[in-house]
Structures are given as structure tokens and as C-alpha cells.
Design a protein around this ligand. Sequence first.
Ligand code: GLU
Length: 478
Amino acid sequence: MIRTRYAPSPTGFMHIGNLRTALYEYLIAKRGGGVFILRIEDTDSERFVEGATDAIFETMELTGLKFDEGPGIGGDFGPYVQSERKGSYLPHAKKLVENGKAYYCFCDKERLDGLADERGLKKYDRFCEKLNAEEIAARLNSGEPYVIRQKILDGKTTFHDEVFGDITIDNREMEDQILIKSDGMPTYNFANVIDDHSMKISHVVRGSEYLTSTPKYKLLYEALGWEVPVFVHLPLLQNAAGQKISKRNGDASIPQLLAEGFLPQAIINYAALLGWSPPDNREIFSLTELEQIFEPKNISKSPSAFDINKLRWVNGEHMKNLPSEVFYEMALPYLKEAVKITAVDYAALAKMTQSRVTLVKDCAELVDFIDELPRYAIDLYMHKKMKTNPEVAALALESAIKEFSALTKWNHDVLSATVTKIAEANDLKNGQILWSIRTALSGKATTPCGATEICEILGKGETLRRLGIGLQKITISS
Ligand code: GLU
């Protein structure tokens, strides 16, 4: 049975790297028909950030990463929370002491600080490991503060990682790490191992920054006589400056990306691509599709970099895939802000812009010319491929003003037929007329719809007024 867990410490918001870890854990579980759980690792109260736990739930919920079980806070369904399990760690540490795999340490801060300073040693010198049983009992009885440390014997430790392969390190590089702190709380490393075992976690998925701690974890599993889980360490994730993505420098925060208008499904899709490649070149997936095709064996070792432009592209693709009524609801406030003329069909504007935006708010600038003709340069009438230039435009606009003024009906068919008539009469191509009209009506090089559609949106009066402005601009400058 595959069981995975996302085990965040509530030290801040989730960034794209945290979300990737959660997603890969989720996908590995789902792919194997297994169980995904959420465990809040909050034993380190000094690093605790108010509101971080709620922010994590919210992000998991919005992105669709539902966990399958957990007692929650106060017993309701919800994630596992280490601070609610305080009592479950000390007995395991005591058992390790009994078996000679851990020992009590009474060294105070002063001694430990001195160690590092005078002898240049960063490692604990195992001073208390040599204490005899009577002395230990006496000091415990007198209520002297203590910690419990793991005893790491000399030798070498090898572990296997699914992504990075076999890794061996010399035990001398490891310290006799603290398992239980002087306040009786487990250290984060110890609680992590106890919980992974008691929650029957089969696959431990986490960032590659944990690779160096993994030998210690392995020794702990062995000391406790427990099966070592499968380790899956994910490649380093860098920001645009080539540094490791971190909460501290505010990198790619998920709440921030959501606030900027990135869709949860696009963020999830993009996170999946940060260190994993699908078998073909396809890059756009829903979470359900990812559940079906994600293969841990396709996780790469090489670092990947967060690229906001790629995320924008992915977002644009997901925008296109939204049902039109969903996009309409999202776009409406922006469209209303950008286009205030009465009688405008916002649903039609939404339809025109949906396939052209990367973020929903981009729809506003695509249609902002409707309310007000922007200033534009005469050069805009120049288009080599369309064989259009200010002289052609002058002819086109002059004819359009004349022919359009005479129209009694104002719709696409009538307008198109009129454009064809103008083109034929002047020995020009329809495209040359349309380009000129569209430029005069929008003042923009690109618009989300064609010339006749803009005529319809603006109505006859405003169309004629803008065509007049265009013609005048060209005439004055020539
Ligand atoms: N609590 C750790 C963190 O927030 C995760 C450790 C793990 O996944 O094993 O980074």
C-alpha cells in the first residue's frame, strides 16, 4: 500500500517548491491507488508563524490536493498535527536509551557554545555518553534539565534514493543529534521519523536539501528496528537569480500568484513540470490527467528554475480551456472597468479575449480602445505584408466614410459587402481596406476582433467619427 505525506512546517506561506513537493507526494499516492496525508510539523515553536497552518490548508484546498485521512485539531477530520501528538515521541527515545542507541545529555548552553568556540568543533563531543548509570539516574532524579541524543557509531551509512541513487557517507560527518529537547519536545528530525513510521508512510518525498540528513534518518529507523521507507528527493528549485527558492526571500508565493490571477490548475500544472517530464512533449495537464500519467521514474536530478514566463504561458493555455461562462464571470469586472459605453455586449467581449489573455486581467487592455481611441502614430497604417501604407489608408478611409454614411443597416454582412465593394472600386484587396479601418477605429496594432466587428461594437456614429480622425491625421502629416 502506497502512503505518502506532505509534512510542512508552518513557518510561512507555501511557495512553488513546497507545492511541487505536496503535488508529487499526492501524485505518487494517487498513481498507486494509495493514501495521501497532510502532517503539520509544528514542534519548533520558535519558527512558528501565526496563520501559516491555515494558509497551507487553503492552498491545498484551492489547488485540489485533498488529503485522505487525519484526526485534525481536536479530533475532527483534518491533518495530523505534531503538537497534538506531543506524548508519542518520548517513549521511543527512552527505548533507544535502553537499547544503547541514544543517551541522556546534560551539557548546558555555555559548555556547548564553548565547544564550538575554543576547539573549532561544530560537533558535540559525546561528553555525556561516558557518564555512568548511577550518575545519570542521580542527575535525572534531581530534576536537572537534559536532552536525549542519538548515538551514532563509527562506520559508513548508505541509503538509496529513487532519484539520486545510492549515497554513502562517513558517519564521522554526522553529529550525535538531539532527539528530545530540554522542554521534552521532539526535535523535528526525530518526530519526522516516528511519525513516518507510525503513519505507515511508504514513500518519503521531499526537497533535495534533506539528502544530507537522510543518513541520520536511516540510522534512526535501524536503531528502532523499523523498515526504512522509499526516499524520493526532488531536484533543487532555483529562482530567476539562480538561488534556491525560499520562503524567506518571498519567492513565488502561492497566495501571491493566486492574487495576481494565476489559476490554481495552471499553478499545479506548472509545478508538475518543475523536475518531471512527461513521456511525450505534451505540457498541459489537469490534475486528474497528471494522476494518470505521473511516473516517479521520470523525475529528474538536475535543478530546475522557476520561470514566470513559462507559468504565464501555462496559465494562458488553461484560460483557453475554461468554459466560456466561467471566463465571462472572471473577466466581467475587468471588462466593465475598461469599457463603460452602454449597450456593449460583455459576453461577446469575453469571448473575443478569452483565447488571447495569459492572465484574466489582461482582457482589459485588449478592449480599452472601445471607450476611447488611443493616440497612435501614422506608422501604424504601414504594414508591408498587407501592402498597406498611409496613402492606401487615406483612400480606404475616405471611401469607407462615404459608403458607410449611406448605409441604413449596420451589421457584419452589410459592412463586409461594403468593404468588398470599396476594394473592387479602388483595385485594392479587402485586407488593405480592413487593416486601414481597423487601425483608424482602434489605434492599435492588434485587436481581439476584426474591423467589421469593431464597427458593430462602436456603432455607426462613433465609427464614422474615428474614420474621420484617421483620415485627417494622414492628410495633415502628408
Ligand atoms: N517539515 C519539513 C519542511 O517543512 C519537511 C520534512 C520532510 O518532508 O521530511 O520542510
